[in-house]
Design a protein around this ligand. Structure first.
Ligand code: ZN
Length: 250
């Protein structure tokens, strides 16, 4: 009888998706933080109170590369690890849905900031596809309303000024406490609460591995810090881990 391999948690940030052509919008140096006018388009109060902001926000979503992006080698490496029989959970700060598109089951991905692939009604909470809403925009509706109740529709992402979903956050904390290995990849570990999860993992005895181009505030607590490009570093790291597990040295 062989023991079940231990749980691997992967916390992913914008850096994992840059190879897929998606820039960092939300991070400390992200586009939205540097441009107050752009940030208004994704700030809840501005969005809800101003139809012109909504019109510009829908146009921004039409031109954003997110829905056209494809998963890259790093997303695929996580899927390979999961398919090798290692229990894997991904906690992501990204809204691009690329972990699922690469083949991870929906239930294994916790999206801290929601998803840009869906829209939700701010009144009745009905949810539908972003692509369908953008088709209505393309067809001439500058601010498509909820087709159920007529309420204001918004991207199913967590806007500035909105709280994270407490259920998703609670699951992320549980995964973080339970995992044996916690890999933070492509995240500056400066935006909370995602950042604090790295410290929580270390507090609970997980092996903390940080894969990021720039130093992070948690590097001093990490068991391993990798500065190489994510597209090659993460596949190599996860491959090595899977081999260690299959040899029984973990
Ligand atoms: Zn509605």
């Amino acid at each position: 009888m062989t023991a079940k391999p231990p749980l691997v948690a992967v916390l992913s940030g914008a850096g994992i998706s840059t190879d897929s052509g998606i820039p960092d919008y939300r991070g400390p140096a992200g586009l939205w933080r540097r441009d107050p006018e752009a940030q208004k388009l994704v700030t809840y109060d501005f969005y809800m109170s101003d139809p012109e902001i909504r019109r510009r926000s829908w146009q921004m979503r039409r031109s954003a590369p997110t829905l056209r992006a494809r998963p890259n080698a790093a997303h695929e490496a996580i899927v390979r690890l999961e398919r090798s029989g290692t229990p894997v959970r991904v906690i992501t700060q990204n809204v691009d849905g690329l972990h699922q598109m690469a083949g991870l089951p929906e239930r294994k991905v916790l999206e801290l900031h929601g998803t840009a692939r869906a829209v939700t009604c701010t009144r009745c909470k009905a949810r539908s596809e972003m692509a369908a809403a953008l088709e209505r925009v393309a067809a001439g509706d500058p601010d498509p309303a909820c087709e159920v109740c007529g309420g204001i529709l918004k991207s199913a992402t967590v806007m500035f000024g909105e709280s994270l979903d407490p259920v998703v956050l609670g699951e992320a904390v549980a995964v973080t406490k339970a995992c044996e290995v916690f890999v933070a990849v492509g995240t500056s570990l400066t935006v909370h609460p995602a950042a604090a999860l790295a410290g929580l993992a270390a507090d609970h005895g997980a092996r903390l591995i940080i894969v990021n181009a720039e130093p992070t505030p948690y590097d001093g607590r990490a068991d391993e810090v990798v500065r190489e490009p994510i597209g090659t570093a993460l596949p190599a790291l996860l491959e090595r881990y899977a081999q260690d597990v299959s040899r029984g040295s973990r």
